[in-house]
Ligand binder design. Structure first.
Ligand SMILES: [Mn+2]
Length: 413
């Protein structure tokens, strides 16, 4: 019997992305989260006395600014060396050979598989063969799995691969391959990386994306961690997800159909905040809250968004270490039509325009002209408008709902 740990997409010292949180938010905690989650991984490996650790790519987020990131990694690898735990890793698109310009000598318990061709390493004690190939450059468009060697007879065979399989939303389609390509290889376990959402792709044989170790922004919500595998008599006996993240991200949607007053709003928001805090189990929580649906209290809400933002923020911080990353006011008056039912009204072309591709909206020359007139200081710290397509879509929807709410309010008077 033996056990191993499988993790991927650590993104050590990743720069903070799309982090438009308020000033009071624990930015330093978020910035250091990947390192602390990695410490949790090392701790788990030692406590569980695993036979080896697999890292399936994107350990680093591009080349390091200085040696600090690499030194941190080496220090943690030395801890595992002391505990007698070997580590096998491949690089992915973010830490591809061509992107890491500074190399450090790794301790001898760490094997970094070649980027030139698939490589196999055998660990005699548990009787394991680990096959894998690192990315030579960022964009790998060929099917790397095809060239992986045949399984070694009488050993437990593992494929270590950074891949998008046949594609997953929000992830570049690198090293594409099908589930069947992997199944037909005849290995006992495929330790995949690249997709940040945990997924058990197949259970016979096991093909697993462990997800990233630590959520970095609002698109990486929920519990994050590594996968602990127990093998008995040459077969996978147990595959277990272990939470290792130190900051939790969560996107909450609150249906506001029953909210008639400030008291009801705060009570309902408080209930869902508490539920999320319980799930986060003491970790600081970064929350995005969407208030949505027809809402009897809508008129009061849109009258002073800042007031409600502060009220909800205050509520969150009273419950625990909860930070509201963003609040989306997507409610509407009960019985009022949404933009789809404005057909034939003079406003129809406007709503058609904003409902179409958000990208077009952001590329409109009129918008660029406006941006050009803004003082440079405004643009220095971070881009004024989101660059991420999902974020753009959200912003356009917000603008649309705001305009719609204003128009309907005018009509009521
Ligand atoms: Mn990747």
């Amino acid at each position: 019997m033996f056990t191993f740990l499988h993790a991927a997409d650590i993104h050590l010292d990743s720069p903070l992305k799309n982090l438009a949180v308020r000033e009071e938010a624990p930015v330093e905690t978020i910035r250091g989260a990947a390192r602390r989650a990695f410490d949790n991984l090392i701790e788990l490996a030692v406590v569980e006395q695993v036979d080896f650790l697999l890292l399936a790519g994107d350990l680093y987020d591009g080349s390091w600014k200085d040696y600090n990131t690499g030194l941190f990694f080496i220090d943690r690898m030395r801890r595992l060396r002391k505990a007698g735990i070997p580590v096998v890793l491949v690089s992915g698109n973010h830490d591809a050979a061509s992107r890491i310009t500074r190399a450090l000598r790794l301790p001898d318990n760490v094997t970094h598989l070649s980027s030139r061709s698939p490589q196999t390493i055998q660990l005699e004690d548990p009787g394991v063969a680990i096959h894998g190939q690192s990315y030579p450059r960022r964009a790998v468009s060929e099917n790397l799995a095809l060239a992986y060697p045949d399984p070694v007879p009488d050993l437990f065979n593992i494929g270590l691969l950074h891949t998008a399989l046949t594609g997953r939303p929000g992830h570049e389609p690198y090293a594409p391959c099908t589930r069947d390509d992997l199944i037909h290889k005849g290995y006992d376990y495929w330790a995949l990386g690249h997709i940040h959402q945990r997924e058990e792709v197949c259970r016979d044989p096991w093909i697993v994306f462990p997800g990233n170790l630590q959520g970095r922004y609002i698109r990486e919500t929920g519990a994050k961690g590594a996968t602990l595998v127990r093998v008995e008599h040459g077969q996978v006996a147990e595959v277990e997800f272990r939470e290792l993240d130190v900051v939790r991200w969560s996107f909450l949607r609150l249906d506001c159909g029953d909210i008639h007053s400030e008291g009801e709003l705060l009570e309902q928001a408080g209930t869902v905040f508490q539920q999320e805090a319980d799930l986060a189990d003491g970790r600081p929580l970064m929350l995005r809250l969407e208030l949505h649906g027809p809402c009897p209290f809508h008129g009061e809400l849109v009258r002073d968004l800042r007031y409600w933002e502060h009220a909800l923020e205050g509520l969150a911080i009273d419950i625990g270490e909860i930070w509201l990353e963003k609040i989306l006011f997507h409610t509407r008056r009960p019985g009022n039509p949404d933009s789809a039912t404005l057909k034939g009204s003079p406003m129809e072309p406007f709503f058609q325009a904003v409902d179409s591709e958000a990208v077009e909206f952001f590329e409109a020359p009129e918008l660029q002209k406006l941006l050009d007139r803004l003082p440079a200081e405004l643009l220095r710290t971070q881009p004024l408008l989101p660059e991420d397509p999902d974020e753009q879509q959200l912003l356009v929807r917000e603008i649309r709902d705001m305009v719609l709410a204003r128009i309907l309010e005018q009509g009521d008077q």
